[in-house]
Design a protein around this ligand. Structure first.
Ligand SMILES: Nc1ncnc2c1ncn2[C@@H]1O[C@H](COP(=O)(O)OP(=O)(O)OP(=O)(O)O)[C@@H](O)[C@H]1O
Ligand SMILES: [Mg+2]
Length: 285
């Protein structure tokens, strides 16, 4: 069996996983208007992994919230698999994992993962099978009966990812899901996510402040700039001969093509010019 090449918006059949056209977002605050996003155009193909990176306040979370239908744009249109964002939410076309794992402390690991399935009326035998498979996928089969406060932060985050995948979404929205983790755990989670996203074929929109994290995970990195939040540049990841996501292993982190891509993203963050030191608000580690 061969893995498909990384998707690109022009080659994929059917509607885009996410299509953002001319989107603006203005917040009305007591001290005046805040233009959080201006003229955002972005199409993400089914199965594609796209990271959003940029300084604090450039509108990454705002864009995620618009895609997830947690807020409305003030201008422009968004669609998810060819549907309005609201319909996609009702149809559970996407799963969400944000910075805080957001688990219910009174429920066991298995019961947290089962929650979306319960809410949508899956039969209990199907539910049990599905939960077992998800926990296996995130390496937590032995922890099914534990409670969240008995787990490390990384393990809690893996429960949240399993929960986000419960309904087999074709799209995963992740806003700094690994932000609170130590570096070793974080790299492990990145490898797990690469494997899981390749296995499930889900498209992923991933917000991060870490350039190497974005490079390791993504087919394309969207570099944003603030005030107002705009897309500065979209950098396709060219990671050597075998750029398939399923083939990304820890060795990639030490390859020349990886460092070249880290440099390309850093330069895009600085508006295209070579840089001597890190961009403000963005980690180079
Ligand atoms: N509910 C809100 N009301 C008013 N202003 C808001 C609201 N949400 C976000 N903003 C403003 O919109 C801009 C973009 O915020 P957003 O949270 O999207 O940034 P971000 O790129 O996710 O930043 P960070 O990297 O710090 O998470 C900021 O100026 C922020 O103050
Ligand atoms: Mg944010």
């Amino acid at each position: 069996m061969t893995d498909p090449a990384p998707a690109s918006p022009t080659s994929a059949p059917g509607p885009a996983a996410v299509e953002v056209r001319g989107v603006d977002k203005v917040f009305e605050t007591r001290t005046g208007q805040v233009q959080a996003l201006q003229g955002i155009d972005l199409a993400i193909a089914p199965g594609e992994f796209v990271s959003l990176i940029g300084p604090s306040g450039c509108g990454k979370s705002t864009l995620m919230r618009l895609i997830a239908d947690l807020d409305d744009p003030t201008g422009g249109t968004l669609s998810v698999f060819g549907k309005p964002a609201r319909q996609a939410r009702l149809d559970q076309d996407y799963g969400i994992a944000f910075q805080q794992a957001g688990l219910l402390p009174w429920r066991t690991v298995a019961a947290n993962v089962a929650l979306p399935l319960e809410l949508h009326g899956a039969a209990s035998a199907d539910r049990r099978d599905r939960v077992a498979r998800l926990l296996d996928m995130v390496g937590l089969s032995d922890f099914a009966d534990r409670y969240p406060d008995q787990l490390s932060g990384g393990m809690q985050q893996r429960v949240a990812i399993a929960r986000a995948l419960a309904e087999r979404p074709r799209l995963l929205l992740m806003d700094e899901p690994f932000g609170a983790l130590d570096e070793m755990t974080r790299e492990k989670m990145q490898s797990d996510l690469v494997r899981i996203s390749a296995e499930t074929g889900a498209a992923v929109v991933f917000v991060t402040h870490s350039i190497p994290e974005a490079v390791f995970l993504s087919d394309r990195v969207v570099v944003m700039s603030p005030r107002p939040g705009r897309i500065q540049e979209i950098v396709p990841m060219r990671l050597g001969a075998d750029a398939r996501r399923a083939a990304r292993t820890d060795e990639l982190r030490e390859e020349r093509s990886f460092f070249d891509m880290v440099t390309a993203v850093r330069e895009a963050l600085h508006g295209g010019s070579p840089v001597a030191s890190g961009a403000r608000g963005v980690e180079n580690r």
